[in-house]
Design a binder for this molecule. Structure first.
Ligand code: ATP
Length: 453
């Protein structure tokens, strides 16, 4: 089941501590959000799942965590200074500003006037001063995507790991875009995180690798609980392709506000390493790159068979963490009509993504023995290292179940008087609501089965 509207998700996210408007108590800033106690766990779990599948479960990908502040030359060479723009129009009537390509019938969404300026390019990159003198002479960009620092570190990584093509470099981190009209909750924001893989391949093998990564990425979203029927891999039309791309498949998802891009998988050819390399003339670069007079490093690799050097092609699966969260929240959101006439809201996350893995509830909050036993169970499960386990020592049991359904906790474990006699606890399953008695000595195994398949 999915949410019937974005409002339902926004309201649950605020009520249960997933996502808040940033700078809320001062009226907020558009396009910025903060992740609360549940949000930070969900976000970390999603990023960890991506890292695990990209880096730990493979033998051909290395990780990287590069700086956010970027030297302008990097973004000049990449083409961002010239082309990372959206068409901006002003409404002459109400003075609001819009992205021209998102307007319906060239009409101002605010006042419905058609009296608009001609579109002009607006660069989406944020700038900041570097060093103590803010006279414009020394500035940096906040990176608009994470991948450029992967390219500038290419030689550092091949030298330090002895990797040869085909291989990849993965990075998760913040990116910043001064979006003209941030909207649809966390779908389009000005500060977000990307999970990007740059996979370097031999020219000629690029089409096959592109297809491979499209399939891999769709399968990965499915394992995060995103139903295949809501995913639409869509070939980007030639005229719409970015300047570096030979082919791009956008994985579109049916968000509550409409079908839009969740992840893009691009064949970036030899544009990136070709743009950042020293001695461009030494290579047979196939894409149209800007002349590079600044790079200190050659980024070509050896073709051992032919004893030549070449610039690798790049296949890039690039996913947004926030858009991933929105899709996962939407997929998990379920309203159930219970037999007793009540309605329950439950987030049916895949257990590995649940912000809280288990809630341990002492039935009597003022019984020392029960509370001590609950604390001991909490500590033991916590030490298994599968994520956050909490001791729920406030509220009644019904309220606790409701809260944990709404934040998607796979199991609630209740310690009661019987526990003191027979050392067993009641375990309630989130999805079936079935309750069963489990002996304390089997609890670790019972719990682990939810997460380790
Ligand atoms: P869009 O066309 O929706 O603006 P894009 O094609 O510019 O997206 P890319 O540059 O391909 O996006 O970025 C890769 C991924 O980063 C996107 O698929 C998306 O998940 C995420 N992303 C891009 N811009 C934003 C944003 N403003 N807010 C949240 N996530 C974003």
């Amino acid at each position: 089941m999915t949410a019937s509207s974005m409002e339902e998700l926004v309201s649950l996210c605020k009520r249960r501590g997933f996502i808040f408007q940033s700078n809320d108590i001062y009226g907020g800033i558009k396009g910025l959000y903060d992740y609360g106690p549940m949000g930070v766990e969900l976000k970390n779990n999603l990023k960890q799942a991506w890292w695990k599948s990209m880096v730990y479960e493979r033998d051909d990908i290395e990780g990287l965590d590069a700086s956010i502040l970027s030297a302008p030359v990097v973004l000049q060479q990449s083409g961002h200074e010239d082309t990372f723009t959206d068409p901006l129009v002003d409404c002459k009537n109400c003075k609001s500003r819009w992205r021209a390509d998102q307007l319906i019938n060239n009409t101002c969404p605010e006042c419905k006037s058609k009296n608009l300026t001609d579109p002009r390019p607006f660069n989406l990159m944020f700038k900041t001063a570097i060093g103590p003198v803010d006279d414009g002479s020394s500035f940096a960009y906040l990176r608009p995507e994470t991948c450029q620092q992967i390219f500038t570190n290419f030689k550092n990584i091949t030298d330090s790991t002895s990797r040869v093509v085909p291989f990849g470099i993965a990075q998760i981190g913040k990116a910043f875009r001064n979006e003209i009209t941030p909207r649809n909750f966390i779908f389009r924001v000005r500060e977000f995180e990307q999970m990007e893989l740059e996979f370097f391949v031999k020219p000629g093998s690029d089409d096959a690798w592109h297809k491979y990564w499209v399939e891999k990425r769709i399968a990965w979203w499915e394992t995060q609980g995103v139903s295949i029927k809501n995913l639409y891999p869509t070939e980007v039309e030639k005229a719409e392709l970015s300047h570096y791309s030979k082919a791009t498949v956008d994985i579109m998802y049916e968000f509550p506000h409409g079908k839009e891009e969740l992840e893009g998988i691009a064949n970036r050819t030899d544009f990136d390493l070709g743009s950042h390399t020293k001695n461009q003339k030494e290579y047979n670069i196939t894409s149209e790159v800007k002349k590079n007079e600044h790079s200190t490093t050659k980024l070509g690799v050896q073709n051992l068979d032919e004893k030549t050097t070449y610039i690798p092609y790049v296949i890039e699966p690039s996913a947004g963490v926030e858009r991933g969260l929105l899709a996962i929240l939407n997929e998990a959101y379920t309203i159930e009509n219970l037999e007793n006439g009540n309605i329950r809201t439950v987030l049916k996350f895949k257990p590995h993504l649940s912000p809280i893995k288990a809630a341990v509830i002492p039935l009597k909050k003022n019984n020392e023995q029960i509370v001590a036993k609950a604390k001991a169970i909490k500590n033991e499960l916590q030490n298994l290292g599968l994520g956050r386990v909490i001791l729920e020592n406030s509220g009644n049991i019904g309220k606790n179940y409701r809260r944990h359904d709404e934040i998607g906790t796979p199991i609630c474990i209740t310690v009661d008087f019987e526990t003191l006699d027979d050392d067993s606890v009641t375990v309630r399953d989130r999805d079936s609501m079935n309750q069963e008695r489990v002996s304390s000595k089997n609890l670790n195994q019972f719990y682990q089965k939810y997460f380790i398949k």
